[in-house]
Write a protein that binds this ligand. Sequence first.
Ligand code: AMP
Ligand code: ZN
Length: 470
Amino acid sequence: MKLYNTLTRQKEDFLPLEEKKVKMYVCGPTVYDFIHIGNARPYVVFDTIRRYFEYKGYDVNYVQNFTDVDDKIINRANSEGVDAIAIADRYVEEALKDAKALNVKEPTYAPRVTQEIKEIIEMIQTLIEQKNAYEVDGTVFFDTKSFKEYGKLSGKKLDELEIGSRIKLDEAKKNETDFVLWKPKKEGEIAWQSPWGEGRPGWHIECSVMAKKYLGEEIDIHAGGEDLIFPHHENEIAQSECCNHKTFAKYWLHNGFINIDNEKMSKSKGNFFTVRDIAKEVPYDVIRFFILCGHYRAPINFSREAMEASKKSLDRIKNCVNNLNHLINNTTIQNITEEEASLDVVKNIESYKNAFEDEMDNDFNTSNAITCIFEIVRLINSVANDKSSKQFLQKLLDEITSLCDVLGILYETEQQSLDIDESQIEELIAKRQEAKKNKDYKLADEIRDSLKEKGIILRDTSAGVVWSRE
Ligand code: AMP
Ligand code: ZN
């Protein structure tokens, strides 16, 4: 398995620290609003990477944090006249709802900064003792000059950064590039007691602390959006490697941006669409599928048309699976027939499955992996019909669903489960067939219409009744 490592700027073989285990840390959102589809991208792509490791037999320990104390949270709390914790609680809950609806597996741990203050203070103390950090009037800074390798992830050089910096030198700092580990309390802000007075942590320290606490001093994979490479991840490396004297993460993975009109979607620019709003127009599984249709490192342009096109594509896969389920429930032939045994289809599916794995092994190319799934859909549609045996159909179904499960793209979205589930649809189709047999066409039409109202379309084909969602 090869993955692109931002640290070495090349694709490398994945060699885990411990056999068949993956320790993976993904930077999570700052919780002051609903997540937008840009924030959803790291959720979906790193969940898919986790699923692929699991499919390959790895045991994945997956940590994703919530930044629940930050200027933006405090500003929002002040503007609503509530406290910062209440804002954070609200949007942690909303982010969890979106993640679940996007079929993102629960992390092994999902720590929150406000619950890790003791460990944060301890790490800052260690950094001060080791002369990697210093305090000035209640603010603690990391001394970037104390870490010789500063800049190794982003490829930036300290002297260039200093010259290039347009920010006026903060008088308290020794070097322009030094960053804050602990900041003193301002009036009306949430704060904790510390050896440097009341205050709160800077942003970067939380991830070094949480990764160490939940995964250990050395981890396999650290991931997040590419905007985090500098300064966030660069600073994390400096903190962790100075504190622990070990290489922090072996592989650094970064997803590309979701753009609007070729500009990064972000809350601060106001050019964003929340996942919640998009889900009013298309189901959540389409949003997930849309994200996976691009390679995770490439930029994706968001548009309604692209989302509609993703819906149509995903429907092709869903219709194939629905059709198989329907045929399995209705066939009277149990065992694989001689004719089926003589077909090359199972062998051909196997070769597409290998191609799927090759694509995923090549830096998780979900885009090409999806193309392999479409080839399998085409094969299945050409052989499955009402003369097929249950055993044969089941085999086809197992093959396609196992690959779709790696991508997490076939699941019942909340919208669907609110409406009608598959077994209810099958039941109504059977009732309609019975009505037609009894020449009760009025009842048959009523059933067809009531399904249509719920977005289920029936087609009478030579292979029997096939249903699909609108
Ligand atoms: P934030 O809440 O801004 O800290 O972002 C949470 C995660 O979403 C981080 O991993 C960011 O890198 C990622 N992210 C933010 N905006 C985008 C975007 N437009 N496209 C892709 N990833 C993004
Ligand atoms: Zn982080």
